[in-house]
Design a protein around this ligand. Structure first.
Ligand SMILES: [Zn+2]
Ligand SMILES: [Zn+2]
Length: 148
């Protein structure tokens, strides 16, 4: 039976010793299993009376989370840009457009307190799918599951 690994959150079939074939974590790890946070992939339709994704209280604010592509390969990229701009006589617009493609935004509901002091934990960003997986409290996850 497929289960969601409490460490890497992938849906996996545990090995004979109950370890996860994806991350080698123990799928019976009590501490990991009791963690109320699991990833939810945004954007999703926000319910009418949403709950805070961090604590599960009734939420009062929608916060927009924006993730931008991190330039891990800055040097190579700049080199490319220079060559590119020489070839195209400095068409800056092209690199700008490229940048916009590497940006994903999603609104998430937060209560007053968490909007001010909470830390949003981004689990995974998929620029190709325009999605962000954000760690959400189980109360929030239940509220969107009953909505659907
Ligand atoms: Zn795992
Ligand atoms: Zn909250």
């Amino acid at each position: 039976m497929l289960i969601q690994c409490p460490h890497c959150y992938k849906n996996i079939l545990p090995r004979g010793d109950d370890s996860c074939p994806s991350c080698d974590g123990d799928t019976n790890d009590e501490k990991a299993l009791s963690n109320p946070f699991r990833p939810v992939v945004f954007p999703i339709p926000i319910p009418e009376d949403p709950l805070c994704i961090l604590c599960g209280s009734p939420s009062t604010e929608l916060k927009v989370v924006i993730e931008k592509h991190r330039d891990d390969d800055a040097l190579a990229r700049n080199l490319f840009k220079v060559i590119f701009s020489v070839l195209t006589f400095g068409a800056g617009g092209t690199t700008d457009r490229e940048h916009v493609q590497h940006e994903v935004a999603a609104s998430v509901p937060l209560c007053d307190h968490c909007a001010r002091f909470g830390n949003i934990d981004v689990h995974e960003v998929r620029y190709d799918r325009q999605s962000i997986a954000i760690m959400c409290h189980h109360a929030f996850r239940e509220s969107i599951e009953t909505e659907n």
